[in-house]
Design a protein around this ligand. Structure first.
Ligand code: ADP
Ligand code: MG
Length: 272
């Protein structure tokens, strides 16, 4: 985590002001200079105060980080630092690094990761979520299937607005695996409502195995699919992770090292 910023005011008093401001302690900020005078506090005492305030800010940030990490409900922890970009030539590292700055979260933009199974979509999705949490954003991970179930249940209990408000409390929602399971019309409408609700007010990142041309198959309704894609792809970052499954590639590589027959590349395995 790299959030705690030393105040940039050069003078000791200025720095204490800045720490108090960062800690939102306006009462202390208003009075500490006169108190320092009253107690004859010298440079040492002010340095001590500065140290105490910095320690408090750091521990608050650590607790917030841990809280946000729990709230995100990641199924596993994946870091962008552990992602091998050379395995996905279609995915420029620089684009992912730009997204990792969190600017897309502040700008309420969408990230769409499209690719075949095993190409690292979930890894990048969670990695981006981890970076956003390091920048103090509130993040939530959910699979598209689980999200649809939550929305259907909420509809049955007449509390869709409440569920949308709950997701609205997160700066970034990560929706994994859109397109793996087709939806019925009601589910598609609810998902449409979900994405519309976040449109231009909150950031969303999602993964899908489906090229956009095939989204109608999953959402059923053509008009709604067009409207949904319009919202999702407006001011969005579309990243294509294509190629061979990383898992398959790795198991072939291990097999080569171990001197056993490697499994064939995907798509070449079946002969009739
Ligand atoms: P997808 O979501 O596209 O199906 P995953 O992100 O689940 O793929 O990747 C499958 C496994 O392979 C995960 O354990 C992931 O960490 C790993 N993996 C995939 N691509 C890479 C990569 N380029 N570098 C490092 N690990 C990768
Ligand atoms: Mg996945």
């Amino acid at each position: 985590m790299n959030v705690t910023q030393p105040p940039n005011d050069e003078s000791l008093l200025g720095r204490v002001d800045a720490w108090l401001h960062a800690l939102r302690l306006p009462g202390a900020a208003a009075r500490y200079r006169s108190l320092a005078e009253e107690f004859g506090a010298g440079e040492d005492a002010l340095r001590f105060l500065e140290g105490v305030l910095a320690a408090e800010l750091e521990s608050r940030e650590l607790r917030r980080y841990q809280r946000n990490l729990r709230a995100a409900r990641f199924p596993v922890i994946k870091e962008l630092g552990a992602f091998d970009f050379s395995a996905v030539p279609g995915l420029p590292k620089a684009r992912v690094e730009e997204l990792a700055t969190g600017r897309f979260v502040s700008a309420h933009e969408c990230v769409i990761l499209v690719g075949n199974p095993g190409t690292g979509k979930t890894h990048v999705l969670i990695g981006l979520g981890m970076e956003a949490i390091r920048q103090s954003f509130r993040v939530r991970f959910v699979t598209a299937g689980a999200l649809v179930n939550e929305l259907l249940l909420a509809r049955a209990e007449l509390r869709v607005p409440k569920l949308l408000r709950f997701y609205g409390s997160f700066d970034l929602v990560l929706v994994d695996e859109l397109g793996y399971v087709p939806f019925n019309r009601e589910a598609a409408q609810l998902l449409f409502e979900f994405f519309s609700d976040r449109y231009e007010t909150r950031a969303t990142a999602l993964t899908t195995n489906l090229p956009f041309a095939q989204w109608t198959q999953v959402f059923g309704d053509e008009t709604m699919t067009v409207a949904l894609l319009d919202r999702l792809t407006h001011r969005s970052h579309v990243l294509l992770l294509n190629g061979e499954s990383y898992r398959m590639r790795e198991s072939r590589r291990r097999a080569v090292f171990q001197g056993v027959d490697p499994p064939p590349p995907e798509g070449e395995g079946k002969t009739s």
